[in-house]
Design a binder for this molecule. Structure first.
Ligand code: HEM
Length: 450
């Protein structure tokens, strides 16, 4: 228990917090901060969207050395969770060093050609027009293919690779099954009632984890390195002496990390459909700079200002998680707040990215806000910053522009429902499936670029 000298701004009860989330949907995260302040206590955790505090938590190594209890618990409960995101200390360092070479800026540019070919061959299957029943699922399938080539060094057409792809996607969708998800904001009676279903799901997941392990083993022994040798994670991990078990954990974990992109793309295409002028502007910029058959690398990013502004706005509006957890490594003082060492903290990314003290018209999707740098740099941290930032950032950004380019230069995207809120989970998803049509577009009409 922290001693009384530590200030404890009081937050909502769990019922009230969950009621706000059900009622206000996407806006609830900011609503909480407006009602209870940017930092408040909730079920023993300090919840914050205070940019000043976030800066300290992310940038001071002492607060990143030990992983939050929440991550450690997840590591124990979810089969196959032990990826490097959940680790700390020497095992984290060892694993990070093993995979890091595959994610450097220069290295990811070498993936661009593979990924572009793969994306184009996938989207060409849409023909003149395709009705897509679930945009998110379609993007998961699209991304899985080039993840295979670039990330795992496999040819997605081979039997074992297909088997592994299926096992990874199946495992991921199972984790996101709404009937067996407990990732709500806080723990309430409601979750207690769901606990038996959750435990049952964990049992089922153990079986699926076994299937996944066998699928990784099969590709490791038969095909590793046959495609894009040396670039892939399985290869990197094996070279560093990881066991089959560890390789499986990390492959599953990196695939899970890749899923952040699937969600960001779903948000991107949803917004492009709501703002067709942006679809046109980006299409023309990409065609003008890259040519109709060309593809971007990170080196060409600076020639694509509108595309980059759009991407930054998507990552502001659709952060990978509503919150990330940290644990203070020593006493921490920010303004009036003093926290003891070992305090669990939840950083509310969505609220940080939408708080009216930090953003003008935070609920408006406006890529042009990025003509200027944000006034509060730590109010925008989609990949976090500091010692525990996302190592996949360069790959994620490249992937984002590659997919945008391949699709926008060929198709118009019409999402049929433009009023779909996010579901009330910490790991966000749209509340309903987004049905859409991808229709091959006519020649681009030139738009004057500002
Ligand atoms: C839009 C795409 C992505 C976003 C917004 C994103 C965001 C994040 C965030 C916020 C974290 C920190 C989580 C925490 O500490 O609680 C993180 C960690 C991580 N991400 Fe990403 N990520 C994305 C894509 C990727 C991709 C494509 C990869 C690689 C396949 C990747 C690999 C990782 C890894 C390995 C970590 C753990 C780093 C560590 O704990 O040291 N991410 N990501």
């Amino acid at each position: 228990m922290p001693s009384p000298r530590f200030s404890k701004p009081k937050g909502p009860g769990v019922r009230e917090a969950q009621r706000l989330i059900r009622t206000h949907k996407n806006r609830a995260w900011v609503e909480l901060a407006l009602r209870y302040g940017k930092s408040f206590f909730y079920q023993g955790t300090l919840v914050t969207c205070d940019a000043q505090l976030v800066e300290q938590l992310l940038m001071q190594r002492v607060h990143t050395r030990t992983r939050s209890i929440v991550y450690k618990k997840l590591n124990q409960i979810i089969p196959l969770a032990p990826g490097l995101l959940f680790m700390d200390g020497e095992p984290w360092q060892r694993r990070l060093e093993a995979v890091m070479p595959a994610f450097t800026k220069a290295r990811v540019d070498t993936y661009a050609g593979y990924m572009h070919d793969c994306i184009v061959s996938y989207v060409e299957q849409w023909g003149a027009s395709t009705a897509i029943p679930d945009l998110y699922r379609e993007i998961v399938n699209l991304n899985a293919e080039h993840l295979f080539r670039a990330g795992l060094g496999l040819d997605p057409q081979t039997e074992h690779a297909r088997e592994l792809g299926q096992a990874l996607i199946d495992f991921k969708f199972d984790l996101m099954d709404p009937d067996a998800r407990l990732d709500w904001f806080g723990f309430s009676e409601n979750q207690l009632r769901r606990f038996p279903a959750f435990l049952k799901a964990q049992w089922r997941r153990r079986r699926k984890a076994g299937q996944l392990r066998r699928a990784v083993e099969r590709v490791s022994t038969s095909e590793v390195g046959s495609y894009a040798q040396g670039l892939n994670w399985i290869h990197c991990l094996r070279e560093t002496g990881f066991t089959n078990e560890e390789v499986t954990h990390e492959v599953n974990h990196l695939y899970g990390a890749y899923n952040a992109l699937d969600y960001a793309f779903t948000g991107a295409f949803y917004e492009l459909s709501r703002h067709p002028q942006w679809a046109l502007l980006l299409r023309n910029e990409l065609a003008e700079v890259l040519g109709p058959e060309g593809y971007p690398t990170r080196d060409t990013f600076q020639a694509l200002p509108h595309t980059l502004r759009f991407m930054r706005e998507v990552f502001r509006c659709y952060p990978v998680s509503m919150g990330v957890s940290r644990r203070t490594g020593e006493e921490l003082r920010v303004g009036e707040l003093t926290l003891p060492a070992g305090q669990e903290v939840l950083i509310l990314l969505h609220a940080l990215h939408h708080h009216p003290d930090y953003w003008d018209q935070p609920d408006t999707f406006d890529p042009d806000r990025w003509k200027e740098e944000p006034r509060f740099p730590y109010a925008y941290v989609p990949f976090l910053k500091g010692p525990r930032h996302c190592i996949g950032r360069h790959l994620a950004e490249l992937n984002f522009v590659l997919v945008l380019n391949a699709i926008l230069q060929r198709f118009d995207i019409q999402v049929h429902d433009h009023e779909v809120p996010l579901a009330p989970y910490m790991m966000p998803r749209f509340e309903r499936e987004l049905t859409c049509t991808m229709a091959r577009h006519k020649e681009p009409c030139p738009v004057k670029m500002k």
